[in-house]
Design a protein. Structure first.
Length: 320
């Protein structure tokens, strides 16, 4: 084995036909990531039991349960982010011919699952796969003052087979990489531009419940079952109006949306159609400008029929 470097790594993924079974075929996609951790853990647990041989010495430990919880920090881009959105929200509603609009909504009842493989050319048996991967949480950070925009995807998988000596797909498909930057960040309140926004965060959770049942000899979970979703976030504003402050002091919800727009046909919008802002006070530090951070919580909106809508406009026909 040679000294391993990240530049010899790749992360590829494909949708599973059967939940927890390695995806077949040669339609895997290479996904750009900043960092990736397969999140495999199965510790040896200490036994503190009277009557075992060894007196003051430790007896043999007991193999603990297996957890597989991958995480990926990803660059938010025009095309590849759609695969992560499908993992989190399920199948989108897609319209268009040359220019496409993919609308993802939270709270669906048909979750998708991926097989993910992390390969490293410098490592013997260097292809580690995790199977039955479902999206747990998505955390996005919107920063107009920074070029690269990132998100963190946390997942739960059913199993992690032994490392393989060859890839599940030696020639995965590569999508065009067009990153969004902070220079094209958008923010709206009630459908109108929201000014003086210096940053925002958005966190979505699928509320996955890890079920452990009988007849699983490998100590893994039986299913990561979708539970109650949760949408929370923050918006940072340089104060020159009390509009959002008034929202936080009131009892009514507002629609908030954050995203990026390269053009009318190349954009990403994350909309919380019913956001309740927590009441805050406005801090003052010295004689410089005043900035406030407002936290909010999303709720189900009857008109949108969801609590979070992700709309991705690009020239990608599908995310199958």
């Amino acid at each position: 084995m040679a000294l391993a470097f990240g530049h010899g790594s790749s992360v590829i993924a494909e949708w599973e036909t059967t939940y927890g079974t390695l995806a077949s075929g040669t339609a895997w996609k290479r996904l750009p990531v900043i960092s990736y951790n397969p999140g495999i853990a199965q510790p040896w647990e200490r036994l503190d039991i009277v009557g075992l041989a060894g007196a003051r010495n430790e007896p043999d430990p007991l193999r603990g349960l297996l957890t597989v919880e991958p995480t990926a920090e990803i660059p938010v881009d025009l095309v590849n982010v759609g695969y992560w959105l499908r993992l989190m929200f399920g199948d989108p509603t897609t319209t268009g011919s040359t220019d496409f609009s993919h609308v993802f909504k939270s709270g669906g009842t048909t979750p998708r699952a991926l097989s993910i493989e992390h390969g490293n050319a410098f490592t013997t048996n260097g292809f580690q796969r995790v199977l039955g991967v479902r999206g747990s949480t998505l955390e996005m950070t919107f920063r107009p003052g920074e070029a690269l925009q990132t998100a963190t995807v946390s997942m739960v998988a059913l199993s992690a087979p032994a490392r393989a000596s060859s890839s599940a797909d030696s020639s995965p498909a590569d999508a065009t990489f067009t990153p969004f930057t902070g220079a094209v960040m958008t923010a709206t309140r009630g459908g109108s531009a929201l000014g003086r926004v210096t940053g925002a965060t958005l966190r979505f959770s699928n509320g996955l419940e890890n079920l452990r049942e009988a007849n699983r000899a490998n100590g893994a979970i039986t299913e990561a079952a979708p539970g109650v979703t949760e949408v929370t976030g923050t918006v940072d504003i340089r104060m020159d109006t009390d509009t959002v402050l008034g929202d936080s002091e009131g009892t009514s919800a507002v629609a908030l949306a954050f995203g990026y727009s390269l053009s009318a046909t190349q954009a990403l919008t994350m909309e919380v159609p019913e956001a309740y802002l927590n009441r805050v006070g406005i801090p003052v530090r010295g004689r410089a400008g005043i900035q406030a951070s407002f936290t909010f919580r999303g709720a189900f909106n009857a008109t949108a029929a969801t609590s979070l809508v992700a709309t991705l406009a690009n020239q990608q026909a599908a995310y199958t």
